[in-house]
Design a protein around this ligand. Structure first.
Ligand code: FAD
Length: 454
């Protein structure tokens, strides 16, 4: 067990994954580990947006470095935005807090009907002046509409100038009816911990004043391409959990990520990796092999380079700027013009990063700025792939909403004829455009249909 070690390179020998290079995050030592196969279970990449509900440590480094060694990256533009998060409160916030989905069982989502009411106390807004927009637009599902629908509807209300709270980026989640109907004690029993958490963060009492919520990046459906055995396009490299692209399609509609993690880890990999090992004759390799030496040298040089730039901008300031580009241009709604702008802005920001980032300290110690710098450097490459993927998918599909492709009443418009495929991107080398491989989606028992929550 190697705790506090960050995997920074995958080692591929004769086309097979044979080990990794890691940095000991406490001592800074770079270590190599040889193996017969490699399993990555390194989570999602939601933090490319800077602000998300994910732990700050979640990043794309492991999967991105494996991608650069030959593992195809599938559907990177599919991101799930969760509708019930505490809204952004300020410029220097580093994380967003998720309020549980369960709150929508009893809470009613609304915004004022009139823009001029947005600055009023919610209790001063009469019932007939409130727009319970989910109940209005989606009468069969109402406040329990799925995440993509509820998130987009909140964005539409705020874009329409009817958002509440700082910056107008919030909608109300109101428990007044539920408290009247069931009593405060019942609501406290169901959601007391969440209400307390909300109050501690916002200093507002959700028993007497509606909560304010806004959508936030929460889960990434894209990831390294894997087959049914959870093996990537590199022989012997297996990818589990949120790090792979499988199971959740474009939307993770109601599907449990934790169940996927359990299924991958308990039921699939113990059998498929054994099968791989039994059927592949693997020569013994040691960490003296030239591929190990090259991978280790690459890690050392990259570390040295990051520490030597000594520019004038912090790693976080680059990350924040990248996150804003991603959120504005490749977030809840995307269009070709915005994505093309992002594809100009990201390489520009990346070039500035390698010229002007300041990473204090040394490599031979616990150095969180250095750790973050490596991850942000990867996000600055990966963000471009996300935008490319979103640009080529000229349809709206699950978590990917292209404003050009919507029905007359604003719902997502898929194009199954042209886009019923997995987009599996292949790294083509430094400075070269990635290659798009299309794996057709074939439905034999279940037929494609369009969701409706009306
Ligand atoms: C706030 C929140 C609430 C959620 N609630 C639910 C829920 O109710 N139900 C549900 O099904 N799903 C939920 N999810 C989603 C679910 O928790 C995740 O999808 C799931 O935990 C992913 O598991 P994983 O093992 O694939 O990755 P993770 O749990 O993200 O673990 C990845 C691990 O790899 C480590 N790592 C990353 N890069 C490297 C590297 N280069 N080297 C070494 N280590 C590395 C990370 O530090 C981390 O420890 C929630 C997610 C969040 C953020």
């Amino acid at each position: 067990m190697y705790e506090r070690h960050e995997m920074l390179e995958l080692v591929v020998i004769d086309g097979k994954a044979r080990g990794i290079v890691v940095r000991d995050m406490v001592t800074g030592e770079i270590e190599s580990h040889a193996a017969d196969a490699v399993i990555l279970a390194t989570g999602g990449y939601g933090n490319v947006f800077y602000l998300s509900t994910n732990a700050k440590g979640c990043n794309v480094t492991a999967t991105w470095r494996a991608h650069k060694k030959g593992a195809a990256f599938a559907n990177p533009c599919f991101t799930q935005i969760h509708p019930t998060c505490i809204p952004v409160a300020g410029e220097y916030q580093s994380k967003l807090t998720l309020m549980s989905e369960s709150l929508r069982n009893d809470g009613r989502v609304w915004v004022p009907k009139k823009k001029e009411d947005c600055s009023k106390e919610p209790s001063q807004i009469a019932e007939e002046d409130r727009d319970y927009y989910l109940e209005r637009k989606y009468p069969s599902y109402g406040n329990l509409s799925p995440r993509d629908i509820a998130s987009r509807a909140a964005k539409e209300a705020c874009d329409d100038g009817r958002g509440v709270g700082p910056g107008g980026l919030g909608v109300y989640l109101d428990f007044a009816d539920a408290i009247n109907r069931l009593g405060k004690a019942a609501i406290e029993e169901r959601y007391g911990n969440l209400f307390e958490m909300y109050q501690r963060i916002t200093d507002e009492d959700p028993y007497t004043r509606p909560m304010r919520i806004y959508p936030a990046v929460h889960y990434t459906m894209g990831g390294l391409w894997v087959d049914y055995n959870l093996m990537s396009t590199i022989q012997g490299l297996h990818v589990l959990g949120e790090a792979n692209f499988s199971d959740h399609g474009a939307n993770r509609l109601g599907a449990s990520a934790l169940m996927q993690g359990l299924a991958d880890g308990y039921f699939v990999i113990p059998y498929t990796i054994g099968d791989y090992l039994a059927n592949n004759k693997l020569e013994k390799v040691t960490t003296e092999h030239p591929e190990f030496v090259a991978a280790r040298t690459a890690v050392e040089e990259r570390t040295k380079k990051l520490l030597s730039i000594n520019g004038s901008r912090t790693v976080d300031s680059f990350h924040r700027e990248l996150g804003k580009i991603m959120w504005d241009k490749c977030g809840m709604a995307r269009d070709a013009a915005g994505l093309k702008e992002a594809l100009v802005q990201i390489p520009r920001l990346r070039a500035e990063f390698w010229r002007n980032v300041k990473v204090p300290g040394t490599g031979a110690e616990l150095n969180q700025s250095l750790e973050k710098a490596g991850r942000v450097a990867d996000f600055l490459e990966f963000g471009e792939l996300m935008c490319l993927d979103a640009l080529q998918r000229e349809e709206s599909c699950g978590g990917h909403f292209r404003t050009e492709y919507q029905t007359e009443d604003g719902e997502a418009l898929r194009n199954d004829e042209k886009f019923a495929y997995v987009a599996a991107w292949e790294y083509a080398g430094e400075g070269k455009p990635p290659v798009l491989n299309k794996e057709p989606l074939e439905f034999e028992n279940v037929h494609l249909s369009t969701r409706s929550y009306k």
